[in-house]
Design a protein around this ligand. Structure first.
Ligand SMILES: Nc1nc2c(ncn2[C@@H]2O[C@H](COP(=O)(O)OP(=O)(O)OP(=O)(O)O)[C@@H](O)[C@H]2O)c(=O)[nH]1
Ligand SMILES: [Mg+2]
Length: 460
């Protein structure tokens, strides 16, 4: 274990008023701080590990009581960080928790940096780097599906998978290295074929894992969808229907929405930021012009653009221009007001965007909305490549390292196939192992670690 000689402290609960607020302390002085600051008529030292004690936090300088608290001391190594951890559960008022923290700092602890508790847990071998990264994903998850994926990461499902790949690779490497020591050519070639097949098996497993990334990334990071179209086609009605509440003003007056309206929803466990925008038309009215300028900005940053058309009237020049200006984006062509008599030229409509089948909906009555949700997800994930897997990749760092692993494995295979000396294949296998070690954090550079833990909040 990597011993830290300083003791860190931070407020672990969110700011504001709550039932309780927790100050968390980790390091060699946790117990000493407890003796300095905690008073209880019923408790005699030494404290038992993992027990809850009732008493007061006092200011040693003045002897005054800061708050009535519950404390627990978790002795190393059975704690989150692997060090002695003290948790002080006080009343959840902003001033109270801060006052308790101030006493802890005054008594010798240092304010913790972002993610420092989890960083210590990782450095002390309580979790590997993928688990530490998942802790933050768990806290920031925006949908239940995101939460489930992050929890699987914290529990070490990805770590187990990677550990299996590493063990298999190490076995392959050692059998290849024993071949290198054995100088009969015939036997060597027979082993080369077996080794190459086994490497192929590992590549397949990695490819299988990589295929889960596209959807995994969406579940973790979400998706932005902008609804655009002429005025009055039903954009705000669609936002309200997808949201399941009356959020945007809907009227029969063209030009009702001036500003954009952004709301978060969950579609099949993917957090989707949905934006309703001002209707696009030629306008000289300054507020409307400003609103339309925003639409193009929003579209630029969108993953998917829903172009909404009114099916109860014929296509207009504005409809065609909006479609033309979005051709470089991922478009969903959606025809609204399917409950009214259709006036639109269906043949022309079908040919408007090659490869995009128009979808008929009624934003007002909800027809076609489940299919629209499916199309949003299918467009984002790229339908057809959904892979059944017990582990889903969600993190770009893991994906990049796995791609490098697969590339090194392919080099090893190519080297064996071309009859080069097995040393070259062994070298490529070692490279592959290094990339795998990077994912779990065994060889990860300090600046990469800094970037990872900078995403964390203080107190985690
Ligand atoms: N029959 C029918 N009417 C609809 C439907 N969707 C919207 N409308 C009506 O169309 C009119 C315009 O709807 P909005 O949702 O305000 O349209 P918008 O595209 O947001 O309009 P702007 O904000 O002006 O750009 C309202 O009178 C709605 O009730 C639909 O599916 N069927
Ligand atoms: Mg509107």
């Amino acid at each position: 274990m990597l011993a830290h000689d300083d003791t860190i402290a931070a407020i672990a609960t969110p700011p504001g008023v709550g039932g309780i607020g927790i100050v968390r302390v980790s390091g060699p002085d946790a117990e000493k701080l407890c003796r300095t600051l905690f008073r209880s008529p019923t408790v005699s030292a030494p404290l038992k590990s993992h027990h809850l004690y009732h008493g007061d936090i006092i200011s040693p300088e003045t002897g005054s009581v800061i708050d009535e608290v519950l404390i627990t001391l978790m002795r190393e190594p059975h704690s989150y960080t692997g060090e002695d951890v003290l948790e002080i559960h006080c009343h959840g008022g902003r001033l109270i928790v801060q006052a308790v923290l101030n006493e802890v700092i005054r008594a010798g602890a240092r304010p913790a940096e972002r993610g420092e508790f989890t960083r210590r847990a990782y450095l002390n071998g309580r979790m590997d780097l993928t688990q530490a990264e998942s802790v933050m994903d768990l806290i920031t998850a925006r949908t239940n599906r995101g939460r489930a994926l992050a929890l699987s990461g914290v529990k070490g499902d990805l770590s187990k998978k990677l550990s299996f790949l590493r063990t298999t690779l190490i076995e392959l490497l050692s059998s290849l290295e024993s071949e290198i020591d054995f100088d009969s050519e015939d036997i060597s070639h027979r082993y080369d074929a077996v080794t190459s097949d086994n490497i192929g098996d590992i590549i397949n497993r990695i490819d299988h894992l990589l295929a889960t990334y596209r959807e995994g990334r969406l579940v973790r990071d979400g998706l932005t969808v902008v609804i655009t179209g002429r005025p009055n086609v039903g954009k705000s009605s669609l936002l309200n229907t997808l949201l399941g509440e009356r959020r945007a003003i809907v009227t029969s007056i063209a030009g009702t929405t001036r500003d954009f309206i952004e709301e978060d929803i969950s579609i099949e466990g993917i957090p989707v930021t949905l934006t309703d925008t001002a209707g696009i038309r030629k306008s000289s009215e300054p507020i409307e012009k400003e609103g339309i300028a925003f639409v193009w900005e929003k579209i630029l940053a969108a993953d998917i653009v829903i172009i909404l058309i009114d099916g109860s009237v014929t296509l207009t020049e504005d409809d065609l221009e909006i479609i033309d200006r979005n051709r470089s984006k991922q478009i969903l062509l959606v025809v609204n007001k399917s409950d009214l008599p259709h006036q639109i030229d269906r043949c022309r409509l079908k040919k408007l965007v090659p490869g995009v089948e128009p979808l008929w909906i009624s934003a007002k009555y909800g027809d076609g909305i489940p299919e629209l949700k499916k199309r949003i997800v299918a467009t984002a994930t790229g339908s057809g490549d959904n892979t059944e897997s017990d582990v889903t990749l969600t993190n770009l760092r893991h994906k990049s390292a796995l791609e490098k692993t697969a590339a090194s494995l392919k080099e090893a295979q190519a080297s064996l196939a071309s009859g080069n000396s097995p040393e070259l294949a062994a070298f490529a296998l070692k490279e592959a192992l290094n990339h795998l070690a990077d994912i779990v954090g065994e060889t990860t550079a300090g600046d990469v670690l800094n970037t990872i833990f900078a995403r964390f909040c203080v107190g985690k």
